[in-house]
Design a protein around this ligand. Structure first.
Ligand code: CA
Length: 298
């Protein structure tokens, strides 16, 4: 299996990315990812204000996928996430949801052992997830910290082991890159970071030819989630709702009003993260209201 080393990474998703390798549809590959802090936080005396911000949010890749092009969907199934045994969480003045209320920089080192993340005397169940995953956008250059239609820093906890990510493809070869693994994170990621940890991510890629969603989607065991990232939470929530109604209309052949009502009855409109330059909303649609597997109804 091909492995992309962690020193082959990007800091922006742009239309003209040069690939570091190529894999075929149906193939699996490993992406070795630094943590989102670029490995610069190793002790609790390392604080965010001392960081080289040019090294934040590295995304390993990009990898070209053979026979995938504009208008297709890239399907990325997350097979495994093998984390290092230590993560870190940071916060400080000006950061996160309570930016104006926090007075001191703080760093906590979180040991990860046997599926548990240790925060002081608390142990939390590890639920590893991929914070940054995306492809080359249609136009413009997006820093890896900014999410949009190409994916990027969506910080969505559902993108974990067993999940499948559906990304609209804009450029030949898609140019897949990923990183920013969190050992555990709550919706919102309120303090600006989660349990940031280096990891080896193993994925298998596939595609849907000639059809793609407007925004990235992730499929879990019980639901499909539409992930919309825009400058404000309100914009993201409204667009996620709009996308949900359009998706239900097409998938079930409903009128706009019926799809709107079904969304109101069955779909959870929620938050992935509130702290990145674009905020990410997620519309969680239970599979029980869908007539067919997602790849057939995109
Ligand atoms: Ca992130």
């Amino acid at each position: 299996m091909k492995t992309v080393p962690s020193n082959q990474h990007i800091y922006a998703f742009a239309p003209d990315l040069a690939p570091v390798g190529t894999i075929a549809v149906g193939e699996s590959a490993c992406f070795d990812a630094l943590d989102a802090l670029g490995g610069q936080i190793r002790a609790e005396t390392d604080i965010l204000s001392g960081l080289d911000f040019n090294r934040v949010n590295p995304a390993t890749g990009p990898v070209r996928i053979e026979n995938v092009g504009p208008g297709d969907t890239l399907i990325v199934q997350v097979l495994s996430i093998d984390m290092e045994d230590q993560g870190a969480i940071v916060t400080g003045p000006g950061l996160g949801v309570l930016a104006d209320e926090i007075e001191n920089h703080a760093t906590r080192i979180l040991p990860i052992r046997d599926g548990w993340v240790h925060f002081g005397d608390l142990a939390l169940v590890a639920r590893p997830m991929i914070g940054v995953i995306g492809v080359a956008p249609e136009s413009g250059s997006f820093p890896t910290g900014t999410a949009h239609r190409h994916g990027g820093n969506m910080d969505t906890k559902e993108i974990g082991v067993g999940a499948t990510v559906y990304l609209p493809v804009f450029q030949d070869g898609a140019m897949l890159a990923m990183g920013d693994v969190h050992a555990v994170m709550g919706d919102g990621e309120v303090c600006v970071s989660a349990c940031e940890v280096a990891a080896r991510i193993t994925v298998q890629v596939d595609r849907v030819e000639g059809r793609s969603p407007q925004w990235p989607m992730v499929e879990t065991e019980t639901a499909v989630h539409i992930l919309v990232s825009l400058p404000t939470v309100e914009e993201a929530l409204v667009e996620a709702t709009r996308q949900t109604v359009a998706f239900l209309q097409t998938a079930r052949g409903l009128s706009k009003e019926d799809a709107y009502m079904l969304a109101s009855l069955a779909v959870d409109i929620g938050i992935s993260q509130l702290v990145d330059p674009n905020k990410t909303a997620k519309a969680s649609i239970p599979k029980s209201v869908l007539p067919a597997p997602l790849a057939e109804i995109l």
